[in-house]
Design a protein around this ligand. Structure first.
Ligand SMILES: [Fe+2]
Ligand SMILES: [Fe+2]
Length: 172
């Protein structure tokens, strides 16, 4: 049986992950509309991964005989100034998600819910990668500045990203 406070916090995190998915789908649309299909593809994979994050938490609540509560997903931004703005917004968002995961972990610790702490370890590691990925693209964009060929090559490279399930825990 899942502790009520922990259950509420995990349900809130499911909503945050679905909002992230929606944000990245919106960024994907912006990238396609602005002539960067490779970036669009990269964000589409990001959209799929965020749904996996929500699904891992969803499956976990069910495993613990808890109650899943799906809340409304808030509106997401649709406009950015340029690609650097999109990626800087991504990094800022991932830093925010990291703090949400940390808070969730702290709640699990306070409630002595060791199974939830253990499950959240995956998310803690995942956030390191998420922040690093966004930072790497920001670094590339800053190096390229307004070099058209550089941007063309980066767009091609990001377009090769393919989706693989974030964790088998998403597929149960
Ligand atoms: Fe996520
Ligand atoms: Fe993420």
């Amino acid at each position: 049986m899942l502790n009520k406070r922990v259950e509420e916090a995990i349900n809130a995190q499911i909503n945050a992950e679905m909002w992230s998915a929606y944000l990245y789908l919106s960024m994907s649309a912006w990238c396609h509309a602005n002539g960067n299909p490779g970036f669009g593809k990269w964000f589409e994979v990001q959209f799929q991964e965020e749904q996996d994050h929500a699904k891992i938490l969803f499956n976990y609540i069910i495993s613990r005989a808890g109650a899943v509560e799906l809340k409304a997903i808030d509106e997401v931004p649709t406009q950015w100034n340029n690609l650097l703005d999109v990626l800087e917004s991504t990094l800022a968002h991932e830093q925010k998600v990291t703090s949400l995961i940390n808070n969730l972990y702290a709640i699990a610790q306070e409630e002595k819910d060791y199974a939830t702490s253990s499950m959240l370890q995956w998310f803690i590691d995942e956030q390191v990668e998420e922040e690093e990925n966004a930072q790497n693209i920001i670094d590339n964009l800053k190096m390229i500045k307004d070099n058209g060929y550089g941007l063309y090559m980066l767009d091609k490279e990001l377009g090769t990203r393919t989706y693989t399930q974030a964790s088998p825990l998403a597929g149960k």
